[in-house]
Design a protein. Structure first.
Length: 119
């Protein structure tokens, strides 16, 4: 299984950016998607999480970031609005999934995509 993230770039403060992530390979079902970020010198933090029934966000991005999943395409997106310089980080997608109907849940990371928000 591979996760491919895209959509990062440079944006001015107050602007918007949309990240996408596609999962490929042997996938039976994706239980949950996540978007994380890691800024220089900081620990990786969760910024959005989505199951079929629920989405969660930390207070730092709530109301500005929206995670959306497309189960038919095995993709997830992260719409980011009202971006701030402190949102600058490498963003990673993740998936908790089953490769086959009887396999255990496995967790995968995608390669990061850089988001830079200029002031």
């Amino acid at each position: 299984v591979q996760l491919q993230a895209s959509g990062g770039g440079l944006v001015q403060a107050g602007g918007s950016l949309r990240l996408s992530c596609a999962a490929s390979g042997s996938i039976f079902t994706i239980n949950a998607w996540g978007w994380y970020r890691q800024a220089p010198g900081k620990q990786r933090e969760l910024v959005a999480h989505a199951t079929d029934d629920n989405t969660d966000y930390p207070d730092s991005v709530k109301g500005r970031f929206t995670i959306s999943r497309d189960n038919a395409k095995n993709t997830v997106s992260l719409q980011m609005t009202s971006l701030k310089p402190e949102d600058t980080a490498i963003y990673y997608c993740s998936a908790d999934l089953k490769g086959t109907y009887d396999s255990p849940n496995s967790f995968y990371w995608g390669r990061g995509t850089l988001v830079t928000v200029s002031s």
